[in-house]
Design a protein around this ligand. Structure first.
Ligand SMILES: Cc1cc2nc3c(=O)[nH]c(=O)nc-3n(C[C@H](O)[C@H](O)[C@H](O)COP(=O)(O)OP(=O)(O)OC[C@H]3O[C@@H](n4cnc5c(N)ncnc54)[C@H](O)[C@@H]3O)c2cc1C
Length: 446
């Protein structure tokens, strides 16, 4: 077989750099334990590798902060498969290899006059890895990135190829946010739409009282709204508004009029570009100051060509039904004496309800409370149970790819279709080839 294989514990790593970094996730807080990584170049090679493995899991771009992607056997990365981007103009879809990064796809779509409805905060993540954990951006009417999936090609445990389509496969809603537990997603078909332009405006120091009294209006005030806070003090540090300036009712003139003001819920318009972290240069952030540009260069917070954020960080995120958002914020502000010292910054975003069984927005319009922590893992892990207890009355769902304390029993109870997912995973992977310690401890409880 021509498939490239590297020993994870040896000198040749994921990136071929030969450094120890190769064995780590993006944040460097998790060292993969898998013995080897396979990097096939074709679908047939993927099938051979999966069929021949006793234990294997797919690895994306390694942006998760926990052990979700690891395997007690080997890993398989799709980074050597061609993206094979195929636009179907009539169906308004694009089909792409699962290992492709959003930034690569976005550039290609934009140059062909098309767009995805939304992006996460960074474009560097792989498409299959992102949808597997219900990765999201923001926007009251925007579902998470997994909701754009129209069809999946999955290599199952025995190496056979399965095609699941929205509306045509009963298992589809269970398979999209699959946590890597069902097989290797080799191709993803996503909904697309005609390209659109977006402007990004940042406001600073929004009084909490004004934001909380008008929470629904504040999150509805643009196509995508992010509120950045460290939970201390009386004001939200920044609001980032991403507004569509084409293809919306009223057109550019109406949108310009809407943004003519210099205040936003008591906050003041930033007159220079900002990074979400105080004092950090905005050069790796997407363009702000209301300058319209393609969706592909505005919907993420960070530019494809730069490493996002401050580098040394950990992340957690919890989602509550949006009716509970104001009460949940009150709980988190009350914990600011514990949270703020460990924090770089938090981001509050909204996600529209969906029907994907393990989506963190399953069945409910949601608000996500994201925490970019300093790299103090022991201290963060000590605090997480306290935060989860404070958010328990709201049945907060943790982000699958970030740090959380809850175990399988309490997590399963948050998902009405959990038993159906468990049943689907048993059917697709009866020999538990795709299981790992994370899934045992945090999901299936075995
Ligand atoms: C700087 C930074 C910013 C982030 N911003 C956001 C954000 O804005 N919103 C948000 O929701 N999350 C965000 N995240 C979290 C991130 O989007 C998720 O952890 C996502 O799952 C990472 O994708 P990945 O390709 O790196 O997957 P990995 O971390 O490599 O794997 C994640 C899961 O996907 C599975 N998987 C990967 N590839 C496949 C495949 N081909 N077939 C089947 N399963 C597969 C793995 O087995 C694993 O279970 C951020 C992370 C970082 C580091």
């Amino acid at each position: 077989m021509r498939t490239e294989i590297s020993e994870m514990t040896g000198l040749t790593g994921l990136t071929g750099t030969g450094s120890a970094e190769a064995e780590l996730n993006w944040a460097g807080n998790y060292r993969y334990t898998a013995a080897a990584i396979h990097r096939p170049r074709t679908l047939e090679e993927v099938q051979d590798v999966v069929a021949g493995a006793a234990k294997i899991r797919a690895l994306g771009s390694r942006h998760s902060f926990n052990s979700i992607a690891d395997s007690p056997g080997s890993l398989i990365s799709l980074e050597n498969l061609e993206p094979g981007i195929r636009i179907d103009a009539a169906a308004r879809t694009v089909t792409v290899s699962g290992g492709t990064r959003y930034g690569t796809l976005a550039e290609k779509l934009e140059s062909n006059g098309y767009a995805l409805p939304n992006l996460a905060s960074l474009p560097h993540i792989s498409i299959a890895g992102a949808i597997a954990t219900a990765t999201h951006g923001s926007g009251d009417a925007n579902g998470n990135l997994a909701t754009s999936v129209a069809a999946l090609e999955i290599v199952a445990a025995d190496g056979t190829v399965h095609h699941l389509g929205r509306g045509s496969s009963p298992d589809f809603d269970g398979a999209v946010v699959g946590l890597g537990a069902l097989g290797v997603v080799t191709k993803v078909t996503l909904d697309i739409e005609p390209t659109f332009a977006v402007r990004q405006d940042v406001f600073e120091a929004l009084p909490w009282q004004t934001v909380l009294e008008n929470f629904d209006a504040a999150t509805a005030s643009a196509y995508s709204v992010s509120l950045f806070t460290d939970w201390s003090g009386d004001a939200v540090a920044q609001s980032w508004l991403k507004s569509r300036v084409s293809g919306v009712t009223g057109g550019v003139a109406a949108m310009e009029a809407a943004f003519a003001g210099d205040t936003h819920f008591g906050g003041t318009r930033a007159t220079v570009a900002r990074h979400p972290l105080p004092g950090v240069s905005a050069e790796n952030c997407t363009e702000q100051l209301g300058v319209p540009g393609p969706w592909s260069e505005r919907l993420a917070h960070f530019r494809m060509a730069f490493t996002p954020s401050s580098g040394e960080e950990l992340q957690s995120e919890f989602f509550v039904r949006r009716e509970h958002a104001v009460a949940a914020i009150s709980e988190l502000r009350a914990l600011s004496h514990r949270i703020t010292p460990l924090l770089h910054v938090s981001e509050i975003r909204t996600v529209a309800a969906d029907q994907l069984w393990l989506s963190t927005a399953y069945g409910q319009d949601s608000v996500g409370f994201h925490f970019t922590w300093k790299q103090l893992q022991a201290e963060v892990e000590e605090l997480l149970p306290v935060m989860e207890e404070a958010l328990a009355p709201f049945n907060a769902r943790p982000h699958w790819g970030k740090l959380f304390h809850a175990d399988a029993g309490s997590v399963a109870a948050l998902y009405p279709r959990f038993a159906d997912f468990k049943d689907l995973a048993e059917r697709m992977d009866p020999g538990h080839k795709f299981r790992n310690e994370f899934l045992a401890r945090k999901v299936f409880g075995e």
